[in-house]
Design a binder for this molecule. Structure first.
Ligand code: NAD
Length: 316
């Protein structure tokens, strides 16, 4: 289904490019809040899911740029955001409605700075506003949103962002949101790998993983991994967070590159990157990131599942 219903002349249309795990629930929330939302995704099945959710799509990025004053992007990263932005810019200025792009993807901060400068020459303001909170937070509108950009851009975006997130944090100038997000995800990956390792050591010693995780959760070793990821996605056997191993690998790389660009060695980040790459090569690229525990479990002959887990998996 391509775009059928033209908006009222003068009505403000919000475009959403990237209707995947995050983009579709976020577009759906904006539509439910009363915005005239139009989407675009290069993947037919993502468009079909959007149509099923009542969101019309355009046939091209250019068509969306002619309709929507604000375009929100939920794309894999800068390697996709940059060419998509170039397609927006290619629409002649007189025909273009779009003068504001909010990149909510987890992109690379240096590339975001450069993109902001080049879009400004075409009369388009770029704001980075990556998110934390996963698919659950996207559906519920409880994301944390880390904003990079000037005050005017944030004030323009704020009414829209408040339908998507519970916390909007202005971390700095253009690119700072993407830097904050990458550093957050490096820590998230660090906690996940360290928690996996600790629960496996505990299991080999004879401690029930569920019991050890619960003990850590009321002690000083707790983290987002012990609090949320282990119980919901690993101990349960569900492995359905909706965030792929490949996307987290990209974020780890953005953070370690940023450290290098800042003239730092960042040995802990480098170790996490090396481990993630090594383990990720042993699972499918589009596997859920919480499945990163599987090669460690296989190497150590244990499965870190709750006794009450609905998914029974044999130990090997
Ligand atoms: P996803 O792979 O589910 O969705 C990305 C969408 O972009 C897909 O539908 C894909 O078809 C589309 N796409 C790719 N190239 C395109 C192009 N050239 N033109 C148009 N559409 C294109 O990814 P996701 O999980 O929704 O993540 C989106 C972004 O949000 C990523 O940057 C990710 O790192 C970040 N993020 C994800 C989560 C999560 O839990 N999934 C959490 C926080 C941040």
């Amino acid at each position: 289904m391509s775009d059928q219903n033209q908006p009222e002349p003068g009505a403000s249309v919000i475009g959403v490019i990237g209707l995947g795990n995050m983009g579709l629930p976020m577009a759906t929330r904006l539509r439910a809040a009363g915005y005239d939302v139009r989407g675009y995704d290069r993947d037919d099945s993502a468009c079909a899911a959007a149509h099923a959710a009542g969101i019309a799509t355009t046939e091209s990025i250019a068509a969306l740029a002619r309709l929507a004053s604000t375009i929100v992007m939920l794309l894999p990263g800068s390697h996709v955001v940059d060419p998509v932005a170039a397609e927006i810019v290619r629409v002649p200025r007189a025909e273009r409605a779009c003068d504001f792009v909010i990149d909510m993807s987890s992109s690379s901060p240096g590339r975001t700075r450069a993109l902001g400068a080049s879009l400004a020459e075409s009369g388009i303001t770029l704001m980075d506003a990556p998110v934390s909170g996963g698919v659950t937070g996207a559906r519920a509108g409880t994301l944390t949103i880390m904003v990079g950009g000037d005050d005017a851009a944030l004030e323009r975006a704020r009414p829209l962002l408040e339908h998507l997130g519970a916390r909007v944090i202005h971390v700095g100038a253009t690119g700072a949101g993407h830097a904050a997000k990458a550093l957050n995800n490096l820590l998230s990956a660090t906690h996940l790998l360290a928690t996996n390792e600790a629960l496996i050591v505990g299991a080999r010693f004879g401690i029930e993983p569920e019991v050890l995780n619960a003990a850590i959760n009321v002690s000083s070793g707790r983290s987002g991994s012990t609090d949320n990821k282990m119980p919901r996605f690993v101990l349960s056997g569900a492995f359905d967070s909706g965030f792929s191993s490949a996307l987290l690998a990209k974020d780890i790389g953005i953070a370690t590159n940023l450290a290098n660009e800042m003239g730092m060695d960042a040995p802990i980040g480098r170790a996490v990157e090396e481990w993630w790459v090594r383990l990720a090569a042993q699972i499918e690229p589009d596997a859920d990131h919480t499945e990163i525990i599987r090669p460690l479990e296989a190497d150590n002959g244990v499965h870190i599942r709750a006794r009450s887990s609905a998914v029974a998996e044999p130990t090997s």
